[in-house]
Design a protein around this ligand. Sequence first.
Ligand code: SF4
Length: 473
Amino acid sequence: MNPVRADHISPLDMFKIGVGPSSSHTVGPMVAALQFRKIIGELLEKKADKNHNYTVKVELYGSLSATGTGHQTDGAVCGGLYGYSPKETTPDEIWSATDKLRANPILPFEKLSAKVKVSFHPDQDLAWLSWTMDGRPLPHPNTMRFLLKEGENTVSEQIILSVGGGFVEPVDLITWERQPAGANTTIFDLPYPYNSAAEFVEQCNQSKLKPWQIVIANEAVRGLSEIDLRARLDEILKVFDSCIERGLKTEGILPGGLNVKRRAKALHEQMLAGTKISVYASPEGLKPSVYAIAVNEENAAGGRVVTAPTNGSSGLIPAVFRTLKELHNLSNETLQNGLIVASVIGALVKVHASISGAEVGCQGEVGTSCAMAAAGAVTMLGGSADQSEQAAEIGIEHHLGMTCDPIKGLVQVPCIERNAMGAVKALNAAELALACDGQHLISLDRALEVMKQTGLDMNQKYKETATGGLALG
Ligand code: SF4
């Protein structure tokens, strides 16, 4: 197994277009189900000798089981098994898969013989299980097992981990070793290698290249041209904007039974009219909060969002980028550069700590997003690589220890407001870093070590299980 390196994680890995409300509990399980569907589809294509009746069984463990209903993990699994993709399929269609399977529990496969049937019933074939699998502790808090059964016989089995941000990793069935998937398994000889924040800054300073140029050069070696990268980042920026727009127009109560009222539309109207007393000199000071709330309300409603780096933290970066675009009239290219540098920070956190609330609490989600946004903001406003690193460190440092305790397991309280708070902190972190020369006491690399250890020390009830803190009401 090749080690995952930060310089091998693309901006397009960090920013993935998908569906709310959770990257680890919705997008990850959906991707995993889609992968299992592909495996069994290829396996069963060869079977046409006689009638076969197979059943898919899905087991959800740990945090996926503890907060899965609130995070719509069951609906996501149904969507993936049905053949729907988090990016390509509309959210409405994805969420229709559960009812379709209840009405007719046969998975649609175009290429299978009519003699071969594969069934999956959402209420009979999906199990919510505990923190052990076959008597062993789980390899990860977000563990899933997919089984294809023919009668009592297991025909195919996969254990897949949802490790945050929509990333999934299969594990070896015997050793339970994690197997990083996709491009991360091939190690390239990059022109500007780095696997720590210090190395990234050093590469920028030595080469005299801008931070985003380092990533563009590396991505080119990995097969992604600058033109293609920028086009895909533009697509992501458009999804950010359309999500904000939908959030600013939509009213009502969010699903899930908490009766949380959407606020973004009313707040935005009050901001534009200047009718609310504001602590800011201008009501426009509310912009980052309003934009973040707009996106996170869309996320909570199961709408189209981008992992940034997760869905729970999907509002913070769009809010910061949109606010700065409007304040400073930033070009699309500048916004793309900001996204690239933000993605470097996300990749460093993913490799050296975690972006999963189930592993390290909300410091890994909103904390990481704040650091990414702060570094992106510094970049977009003309700051140096050193200043971006400092801004990211400030963003992480002031989220250390933040727990994940979503009420009812829904990605609503405290998540929605938390993105607004994080957006304001990110702008403040960028401001502080831009006012300094980049020299500071605690490095980002050190802050990530502390973040990881804090996550390890954190009681399980504060790591996306809805069994502690605010989740107790
Ligand atoms: S509290 Fe934070 S980590 Fe937990 S679900 Fe909400 S946004 Fe994600």
